[in-house]
Design a protein around this ligand. Structure first.
Ligand code: AMP
Ligand code: ZN
Ligand code: ZN
Length: 301
């Protein structure tokens, strides 16, 4: 198998892009795709400061590495959710990476911010672990970005993540979620702009990128992810992709073309939470502060 670009030995075949690539050209492709997405969707400029949400997995670490390499001002944020050994290991990997690359990593601990780890919170609050996790992560990421004076918050969502989310949204024809599924969501007030520069890169490409560039990442998935809907959707999409290459990329690209045909939800008026000052649609405490109250009373809701 020869590299489609230079003819040397290829190490990866990307059927969806009709490419076979050698290590050097895989790296070039990934970095070009990231630079292209940033430009096309006007995610951020070199003058702006970007906070990269770091999970310790391949996508977020590779994203951070690429942004730094492209000359962007990118710091990292790791949220320690207190998920037993998983959090210990992912925090270690993230801190080692930052130290090795000379990059700045902010670390927030859920236990310190909320008074409970994710596992403790799940026992106290109604709701599923993954949705509570999403709530607290989104809140802490935004607050950290806002307080730190960052103009954009970047996550490592890749093509496989986005296609699976899209499938879930389409199966429910959830117009609100569909209109908000976009590689860049503008900021507003204390809500910082959100960007996903890896949307057009597959999980396999990101894993290969890390392997080739020597990025050490945590291979294991969060223990709570097992059996999650998104994993089932990813499996189905992988089966389709096997039979019909480029299913995922065209699913996402075509969606982005027709997305504005969906009706956006009525804009909600945001108010400042009386406790933390962050924006909330609720009249009164924001969701995070309500969870915090529940934790401090120690009573199940
Ligand atoms: P996930 O929701 O686990 O698929 O992760 C999606 C993205 O969210 C990752 O690529 C990271 O950018 C970010 N992320 C996930 N977990 C954390 C964490 N514990 N701390 C900071 N960012 C995270
Ligand atoms: Zn090549
Ligand atoms: Zn609040």
């Amino acid at each position: 198998m020869r590299c489609s670009v230079c003819g040397r030995a290829a190490v990866i075949k990307l059927r969806h892009a009709n490419l076979r690539l050698c290590p050097e050209h895989l790296v070039t492709r990934v970095e070009k795709e990231v630079a292209g997405a940033i430009r096309r969707f006007r995610m951020f400029s070199p003058e702006e400061r970007v906070l990269v949400a770091i999970s310790g997995g391949k996508d977020s670490l590779a994203l951070w590495h690429i942004l730094a390499k492209l000359g962007y001002q990118a710091d990292g944020l790791y949220i320690d959710l207190g998920i037993e050994e998983y959090s210990t290991r992912s925090r270690q990997v993230s801190e080692d990476f930052a130290r090795g690359q000379g990059l700045t990593l902010h670390v927030l601990s859920l236990k310190e911010e909320l008074g409970a780890t994710l596992d403790e919170l799940t026992r106290l609050a109604r709701g599923k672990t993954c949705s509570l996790c999403g709530t607290v992560k989104r809140y802490l990421m935004n607050r950290a970005a806002w307080e730190g004076g960052y103009q954009a918050l970047a996550t490592g969502h890749n093509l496989d993540d986005e296609a699976a989310t899209l499938l879930g949204n389409v199966l429910r024809w959830d117009e609100g979620y569909l209109t908000r599924q976009y590689p860049v969501l503008p900021g507003e007030g204390k809500l910082v702009r959100k960007v996903k520069p890896l949307v057009f890169l597959s999980e396999r490409e990101m894993a290969a990128y890390c392997l080739i560039t020597g990025i050490r990442y945590l291979y294991e998935d969060c223990p709570h992810a097992e059996g999650a809907r998104s994993i089932v959707f990813k499996g189905v999409l992988n089966q389709l992709e096997d039979r019909y290459p480029a299913t995922k990329i065209s699913f996402l690209r075509q969606f982005l073309k027709v997305r504005n045909r969906f009706r956006p939800p009525e804009p909600v008026v945001l108010q400042d939470c009386p406790s933390c000052g962050m924006p909330t649609a609720a009249d009164g405490l924001c969701r995070f502060c309500r969870l915090k109250e529940r934790v401090s009373h120690g009573t199940p809701a």
